[in-house]
Design a protein around this ligand. Structure first.
Ligand code: BGC
Length: 449
């Protein structure tokens, strides 16, 4: 095979899948008792999302899950990673659950199982019930109680059928983009509140893990992180230091507290004040012994010192300026980055197992009749997966790969323009076409092991 490896090189137990998240695909935002989430509220405000788009309909997965899962099964995947919409299950975030919402996920899970696909559930992929945001959301320490109730309910409800659980999706993204920079829902800005959301997310991450363990003792429990391999722009000490800071921010901030190492304060001095939010037992409660961690990787970052970028005094040099290959998100295509990240994360003794829970790219795909030409995505997948194998061969315990994403979907503040799917979606007609990258994945996964 031209790319130099075969499926069997990954071993029999390697898990191959695709990932999605509730708000990005489900639509049906006000149907069957679903309550509003922060993303409904945010996307309905003018000027927040490109072209003022929103996830009201998205891929209409809520009504099309059966045909979408059968299309997914045709790709020969082993597993489907999706998230639960908290406000579909608890329209007010807490209190009375919504039976129709509960039933919906039973049906999704049952359809997966009947199609030979393992359901992997992410408990939280950013769509906080609006009612809870109105009480302070992630800034309010009560989030630990609200989240615990929600996790307790979901794991008791689905735990007999679902054995792979991920507590949070990319906490850096929903705290940083949602509460520090204001680019994501709920659109708040400010360092002080940002710090409290980081601390509360770290506590929920571990507490969520403990609840899954208690309710589903035979579960594999993980949580996911957005990670980028960081290198300095030059070898000058100031840039080296900048790289160290960005690395701490992107790759260590949420992992190390869970491992019992605390926050990386020596590299992120702006975090010092996070201690104001500590309660007596927090140090201990931040820790949980995850069975696996989920790495999500899209790009590499090149760091340089900057007097204009407080409080880190470090910035990422845009890929566009560096004249490297980029995606339509302007993210650098750099396959060895995923290899370096895998090596880096596996160097922590307490990281037992790693899954790549997201990796993918948005490109300008060309639709020609019934064919979607996306050769750059085919290449992207082939090279990134090749680098995963390289790490595995060197002893990294990486045991699965999930492509982001099954379908083109609602790409948060960027609306529907960036297309990450293995399956093309026409958002006017909701017609699906498996792209050439999906066909490549199907063919690759169809190989016998
Ligand atoms: C998120 C996804 C998102 C993808 C591409 C990840 O950060 O988990 O929800 O669509 O990146 O931006």
């Amino acid at each position: 095979m031209e790319m130099g490896y075969e499926k069997k090189d990954f071993g029999e137990n390697f898990v191959w899948g695709t990932s999605t998240s509730a708000y990005q695909i489900e639509g049906a935002h006000n149907i069957d008792g679903r309550g509003p989430s922060v993303w409904d509220h945010f996307s309905h405000q003018k000027g927040k999302i490109k072209n003022n788009e929103n996830g009201d309909k998205a891929c209409d997965f809520y009504h099309r899950y059966e045909s979408d899962i059968s299309l997914m099964a045709s790709l020969n995947v082993d597993a489907f990673r999706f998230s639960l919409s908290w406000s579909r299950i608890f329209p007010e975030g807490i209190g009375k659950p919504n039976q129709k919402g509960i039933d919906f996920y039973h049906q999704v899970i049952d359809t997966c199982l009947a199609s030979g696909i393992q359901p992997w559930i992410t408990l939280y992929h950013w769509d906080l019930p609006l009612a809870l945001e109105e009480r302070g959301g992630w800034i309010n320490r009560d989030i630990i109680y609200w989240f615990s109730e929600y996790v307790n309910f979901c794991t008791k409800t689905y735990g007999d059928k679902v054995k792979h659980w991920m507590v949070l999706n990319e906490p850096l993204a929903f705290t940083g983009m949602g509460y520090l920079r204001g680019l994501h829902a709920p659109g708040k800005k400010g360092i002080r509140q940002g710090l409290s959301t980081i601390h509360h997310a770290v506590l929920c991450q571990a507490e969520g893990g403990r609840i899954v363990r208690r309710n589903v003792p035979d579960a594999q429990i993980g949580t996911t992180f957005s990670c980028s391999y960081v290198e300095p722009y030059t070898r000058y000490p100031r840039d080296e230091q900048a790289a160290q800071k960005l690395d701490a921010l992107y790759n260590r901030l949420f992992l190390e507290p869970a491992l019992g190492q605390g926050y990386p304060l020596e590299d992120l001095s702006f975090l010092q004040k996070i201690e104001n939010y500590f309660h007596p037992e927090d140090e201990k409660n931040m820790v949980f012994d995850f069975d696996f961690i989920g790495l999500q990787n899209y790009t590499r970052e090149i760091a340089s010192h900057s007097w204009l970028a407080p409080p880190l005094w470090a910035k990422a040099v845009p890929a566009e300026k560096r004249k490297v290959p980029i995606t339509t998100m302007k993210w650098e295509v750099y396959p060895p980055g995923i290899y370096h990240l895998l090596k880096k994360f596996s160097a922590y003794d307490k990281v037992k197992k790693i899954y790549i829970t997201e990796n993918g790219a948005s490109f300008e795909d060309k639709v020609e009749g019934e064919e979607v030409l996306d050769e750059r995505r085919v290449k992207f997948l082939q090279s990134y997966i090749g680098q995963v194998l390289r790490a595995k061969k060197e002893g990294v315990k990486v045991e699965g790969y999930f492509a982001w994403s099954l379908l083109d979907n609602f790409e948060w503040e960027n609306g529907y323009r960036p297309r990450f799917g293995l399956i093309h979606v026409d958002f006017t007609t909701q017609k699906r076409i498996i792209k050439n990258s999906g066909l490549w994945y199907q063919n690759f996964l169809g190989q016998s092991v």
